[in-house]
Design a protein. Structure first.
Length: 260
C-alpha cells in the first residue's frame, strides 16, 4: 500500500509540477473499515489552476500505468482533481472536476462542487495529506450540521435512483451506504459501511439477514449472493424504508446539534 501511494503521489506530481497544491487520502483506509482486496482508495488532488487547464492526458496515463503494474487495484481507486478556487467557493460557485472512480474512466465532470461537500468535510476531519498543504489550508470550514444535512440529501437522492438492472455488488453497496447514512444522521458522526451496518442491524433486527447478506456480497466483490429476485425486492424496500426514516428523523429534530 505504501509503495502504491508513493508511486501515485510521485507520478501525479511529475505530471502537474507546481500546479499541484496537495494530495489527500481519506475514506476507509484512514478512518477504519478498510478490507484488503475489496475496499477502494479515496484521494483528492487540489490544483492551483482550474482542472480544465491541467495535463489531463498525462494524468490519465498515470492512472493506466498504476493499474497495469498493480492490476489488483483495477476499478478500486477514486481520485478527484479540483482547482483551489472552485474548492474555496464550493458552496456558491461552479467549477469542473476531473474524476477517475470505480466503474468510470477518467473524465471531466460539471458537478457543482457543493455536491461533494461530504468528501470535503471528511478530508478536513480525518484526511491525511500525502503531499503539499494541510487540508484546512485549501478546504474552507464546514460545520457538522452542513455535513449531516448533505448526508440527508444524499440518502433522498439515492432512494430515488432506479436500481433496476443493478449488479448484485451495486445493490449491496446501496444497502450498506444507506445503513451508513442512517447511522450518521442519528449519531451526527461519520463512520464506515461496516459500522453503519452493525448499528442499523442492532436497531432493526428484522433486517439483519439482508444486512449480513449485503456484507457478504461486498466482501466477495459482488460475486456472492444478492442475485435473486426476492433479495432484490427486499433490498429496494429496505433502502426506501431507511431513506424515509432518515427524512422523518431529520425533519422532526429540526437539524439536531446533539446525537441520540
Amino acid at each position: 500500500m505504501d509503495a502504491l501511494l508513493e508511486a501515485l503521489v510521485s507520478n501525479i506530481h511529475g505530471v502537474l509540477g507546481d500546479d499541484l497544491l496537495g494530495i489527500y487520502l481519506y475514506g476507509s483506509y484512514v478512518s477504519g473499515g478498510f478490507d484488503p482486496g475489496v475496499s477502494d482508495l479515496d484521494l483528492v488532488a487540489v490544483t492551483s489552476t482550474e482542472v480544465v487547464r491541467i495535463d489531463l492526458v498525462g494524468l490519465e496515463q498515470v492512472h493506466q500505468d498504476i493499474v497495469r503494474k498493480s492490476p489488483e487495484w483495477s476499478d478500486r481507486i477514486e481520485i478527484v482533481y479540483i482547482g483551489r478556487a472552485a474548492l474555496r467557493s464550493f458552496r456558491t460557485g461552479p467549477g469542473p472536476l476531473a474524476v477517475i472512480s470505480p466503474g468510470e474512466p477518467f473524465h471531466l465532470r460539471n458537478d457543482r462542487p457543493l455536491e461533494w461537500l461530504q468528501n470535503w468535510y471528511l478530508i478536513r476531519q480525518t484526511g491525511v495529506a500525502l503531499y503539499g498543504l494541510p487540508a484546512d489550508a485549501v478546504i474552507p470550514p464546514i460545520t457538522r450540521t452542513e455535513f449531516v444535512a448533505a448526508v440527508v440529501r444524499y440518502a433522498a437522492e439515492s432512494s430515488d435512483r432506479s436500481l433496476a438492472g443493478a449488479s448484485p455488488g451495486s445493490l449491496a453497496y446501496a444497502v450498506l451506504t444507506m445503513c451508513r447514512a442512517y447511522r450518521t444522521v442519528r449519531t451526527l458522526s461519520p463512520g464506515s459501511k461496516q459500522e453503519g451496518a452493525g448499528w442499523t442491524r442492532d436497531r432493526m433486527p428484522e433486517w439483519a439477514g439482508l444486512i449480513d447478506a449485503a456484507l457478504r456480497c461486498r466482501l466477495s466483490r459482488g460475486t456472492y449472493g444478492f442475485d435473486d429476485e426476492p433479495t432484490r425486492i427486499a433490498a429496494e424496500r429496505f433502502i426506501g424504508l431507511l431513506a424515509a426514516e432518515i427524512e422523518r428523523y431529520w425533519a422532526a429534530k429540526g437539524r439536531p446539534l446533539v446525537p441520540d
